[in-house]
Structure formats: structure tokens, C-alpha cells
Design a protein around this ligand. Structure first.
Ligand SMILES: [Zn+2]
Length: 260
């Protein structure tokens, strides 16, 4: 796969929010840096409006694809009309996933029962449309596993995985990929680093969650997809592999999962 300027598409940032207002001043520059570094992006919606915005970005740029869905924070906005509108967005071939969807019991911005209900409905939508799911899970692992075991997504990724190897194995047993991002470079996350040493590379996707979760050495600043390289470098270091190997395998994983 070649980028617009002829360089190789080396890495795929499988989770960014390029429609975020944090990029309103310089979005085209951020995207230009991403492409000149040979990086493709899955940009992910969090509600109906941002899903539409994500798709517009994907339609405008060859190496951007979109996820559409309602985030657990916004679960209270989900209804039959929203579901129908999301379904309509998925008729565009640049929509490659249903996400971001899931559970967040840390911030509890929608009632938990609503979060569970809306998550299940969107898994069912994804399965019906034969699309992968992009899953958010924060302080909700017990209910997350129960829902995933009962309402099996056909394909998907646990975005920003932060657990230990035992939890990683639970998700891998459900045939899910693990999205690894900036927190891998944070000093306190030895348990995650230990897990990543043991997770087979063919189950790992790279991500940034831009504009959030900025990796070292830019921690504290705004994140952007070009920084996915720092995640790839840390994985290469932990697994004692070349960066080229990490890039090749994780990019192939992303291409397989999202059919891009
Ligand atoms: Zn996200």
C-alpha cells in the first residue's frame, strides 16, 4: 500500500478521534504529518454526530477509515432513530467498524443499565452487518466479559487494553484483538508491559486514542496519530523484535480485522 506521496504505509493507528475540536486549528497539518510518516488511521465516532464527522474525514482521505457508534458516555442518546442513522452510515465502504462502543463505570456518564443495553444492541448491529466492533472498557470488566460471552461479537478489538496477561487471555479466548496505545510508555504500567511481552504479536493492534493518552516523550501534550510510532517502538523493545517486524505484523492485523 502506498501513500499519496509514494511512501509506504507502514503503521496503522487503529483508534483516533480526528474529528475532535482539539484539531480545529490545524487538522489538515496533523493529517499531512500522519500521511507523510506513512501512517493510516481509523478515526472513531462517539455519538451520531461525531460518527458522521468521522466518515466525512474518511471520505476525503484515502488512508483514513471510520468507525461509527455510540460511546458508553453517550449511551443515553441512543434510540431507534440513532440506530437507523448509524446503519445508514455503514453503507459507505469507508465505514469499517462499529465503535466506539462499550462500558465505562469509571465516569458513569450514562446509567449502567443503559450502557449495557446500548452496548448489546450495537454488538448485534455489527454482527448483522458483518462489521468488527471497537470496544471501550473502563472499570467494567466483569460485566464486559459477561456480555461478550453471551452476545459474541464476530470480530473486534478491546481498545486501550490496560490489564494483565490473564485478562488479555480472556479477551483473546473471545477471538478479540488487543489495542495497545500510549499508556504502554507510562512509568507506572509495568503490569501492562509484562502482558505485552507475552501477548502474541498477531493479536496486537497499535493505537493512539488521539487527542488523548499521549505517549512518552510527548506525555502531557496533545496526542496525534503520528505518535503511534512510539507505541510501536516500545512494543519492539519489550518483545526484542525489530520495529519493521512490529509494523508489518500489526498493520497486517489491522488490515485483516477491518478489511482494508
Ligand atoms: Zn476513543
Amino acid at each position: 500500500m502506498l501513500t499519496a506521496d509514494g511512501s509506504k504505509l507502514g503503521l496503522i493507528d487503529t483508534h483516533a478521534h480526528l474529528d475532535s475540536t482539539d484539531y480545529n486549528e490545524d487538522r489538515s497539518m496533523v493529517i499531512a504529518r500522519t500521511f507523510s510518516d506513512g501512517i493510516g488511521v481509523i478515526t472513531v465516532g462517539v455519538d451520531l454526530e461525531s460518527s458522521g464527522a468521522a466518515l466525512k474525514l474518511a471520505q476525503r482521505h484515502r488512508f483514513i477509515w471510520a468507525g461509527v457508534g455510540v460511546h458508553p458516555h453517550e449511551a443515553k442518546t441512543f434510540n431507534n432513530e440513532v440506530s437507523a442513522a448509524l446503519r445508514k452510515l455503514t453503507t459507505d465502504p469507508k465505514v469499517v467498524a462499529i465503535g466506539e462502543i462499550g462500558l465505562d463505570y469509571y465516569r458513569d456518564l450514562s446509567p449502567r443499565s443503559t450502557q449495557r443495553d446500548v452496548f448489546i444492541k450495537q454488538i448485534e448491529l455489527a454482527n448483522e452487518l458483518d462489521l468488527p466492533v471497537i470496544i471501550h472498557n473502563r472499570e467494567s470488566t466483569k460485566d464486559m466479559l459477561a456480555i461478550l460471552r453471551k452476545h459474541r461479537p464476530k470480530r473486534g478489538v478491546i481498545h486501550s487494553f490496560l490489564g494483565d496477561i490473564d485478562l488479555a487471555q480472556e479477551f483473546m479466548d473471545l477471538k478479540l484483538y488487543l489495542g495497545i496505545g500510549g499508556p504502554l510508555t507510562f512509568k507506572k504500567n509495568d503490569i501492562l508491559r509484562d502482558a505485552v511481552r507475552q501477548i502474541p504479536l498477531d493479536r496486537i493492534l497499535l493505537e493512539t486514542d488521539s487527542p488523548y493518552l499521549t505517549p512518552v516523550p510527548y506525555r502531557g501534550k496533545r496526542n496525534e496519530p503520528a505518535y503511534v510510532r512510539y507505541v510501536a517502538e516500545e512494543i519492539a523493545h519489550l518483545k526484542e523484535l525489530s520495529i519493521d517486524k512490529v509494523a508489518a505484523v500489526t498493520t497486517e492485523n489491522a488490515r485483516q480485522l477491518f478489511d482494508i
